[in-house]
Design a binder for this molecule. Sequence first.
Ligand code: PAF
Length: 279
Amino acid sequence: MIVVRSPKKAHKICVNKKKKGKTIGFVPTMGALHKGHISLIKKCKDLCDFLVVSIFVNPTQFGPKEDFKAYPRDFKKDKKICEEQGVDLIFYPRVKDMYPEGFETYVEVEKLPQHLCGLFRPGHFRGVATVVLKLFNIIQPDVAVFGKKDYQQLRVIEKMVRDLNVPVKIVGGQTVREKDGLAMSSRNWYLNEDERKRATLLRKALLYGKKLLLQGRKPQVVKTEMRKILKKANGKIDYISICDRFTLDEIKEFKKDCLIAVAVKIGRARLIDNIEVEK
Ligand code: PAF
């Protein structure tokens, strides 16, 4: 496994692999790797000949009051995990390499970010789309895997790739959960013991919401019932959404499928989770 910090060098290595007929698989991450990332890495490994993981805590996707500085970083541990998973190259750039002085070009997907997390994290998806396009340009992947826990992110990336004709296949990876249902996330690291227990209410609310929708209850009623559960988490509920899986527009009637998504701040951790519902 090689670790490369320079974008130019990483690009050169990947282009050479492609010239030799190898397909490049890519899993972009911000490090602090956990079982959720490992499942994305495993999925990607099956789809390519040369597997690249990037580790970069991207400053442009954090708001001024968000946790960019506090975001967990442990390169040694991440490197070990990547080695164990048979990753071929870790791309580990410095902020100054990704955003050199004078940087002023951003990617903006217009409508999708005006939903769910985008309403609470202005500029977040602009930062995500920008860094992901930069990473794609550097790594030149044939396939890239993104987790479905960050469902809106997956949809934003799919849209960007389609709209800007980026030649990469985007694949969604299933959310990995703790035994009690909590979705794996680097931000779970912020939770103390009591907060960690309360965090399980996200999954509980989602499962209950799904059950009610399938019983024929109206989305509005379902949201009210879910709110009752989430209130017990004693946090700040950012949103409870029942929406179209692609446009992320709220739905008034449940017809054949939809997404239920929630975001709740518990202590220092802003937690998100979702569930797809199909009749
Ligand atoms: O999901 C993440 O970890 C990040 O948003 C990503 C895709 C690596 C971009 O910084």
